[in-house]
Design a protein around this ligand. Sequence first.
Ligand SMILES: [Mg+2]
Length: 377
Amino acid sequence: MHGPPVRAVRARTYVVPTTYDGDPMPESDGTARWDSTGVLVVEVEAGGCTGLGYAYTSPAALGVVRDVLAGVLLDDEDAGGVFATQRHFWSMARAVRNMGWRGIAASAVSALDVALHDAKARLLGVSLLELLGASADRVMAYGSGGFTTYTDTQLRQQFAGWAERGLRAVKMKVGTDSAADPSRVRAARDAIGADIDLFVDANGAYDRKQALEFAERFFADAQVSWFEEPVSSDDTDGLRLLRDRAPAGMRIAAGEYGYVPTDFRLLLEAGAVDVLQADATRCGGVTGFRNAAEQCIARGLPLSAHTAPALHATLAASVEPAVNVEYFHDHALIESLLFDGVPELIDGCLVPDTSRPGHGLVTSGRGEDYLTSEWES
Ligand SMILES: [Mg+2]
């Protein structure tokens, strides 16, 4: 079946300050500090429908859309139109080969791949979840924030608030000040009580010996059940060491820097993770996320969606191995600002609204104060 060709491509970038309780506040994890979040939002026009995609990335990604990728989609008249999502994905991947597929280019490809799938679902008059084939009608969400810039009081308030909203797991950052980490982790456990899962993310800040020590300590002191990037994701042997030696009740997670299918294969072949993470706004949109899911199926491992909850609600519900979606503090705020149709949180789960066409998101027009650049073909 041929779809209509892509007739126009639009791209906008936003830079949104990080906030706590509505006030600007810088954020940090074990290896980075930031005070804003960059977002690329793209639209493709085909057959009178608009498909929407987005990615959390540098505003520099707009240049990749404008100079390279828009032309790939617009010039592809005989390629099966907007329905030929696989063909478009691989054409875009080839087009960024010499600049480097990983990184900013991969995020630009990801946003456009999501927009193409959204347009296809809208043209067919179905939700994206129906187009992909649902595995579930909802997916568990976990609250994610607990930045190391927070005071213990702010950390407790954020986690207690998520618990009150029904989330059954929360994740905090560790690794900025290893001397303070044990007491911060205990404060988090105190805030959520015994029945909510507590996850920690070191963003690769610890060395192997520190990570082994903290795995034991966080589990014994606060029943931490998920240790994300205890060591750098580049140290796949170190991740494997942690996976083999951490307490049995603690899962090792990594994968957020997977940009291309091979990145996931290398983590999985190394036996580096108990749970693979994938971020559709980096790893190739719908196409890349589903490839990561297939690699998990082949190895019998679960998949977790990294950030971008409004998009991942649909994508995670469409693949069997997905166990949860990261309800990331900044992204939940940004998605509610930039888009209408954000999925609801119900009983700790994100529930895609399949009565809406596509992934259900449309631009709200509310983010204009944070617009930094725009372009259209
Ligand atoms: Mg992480």
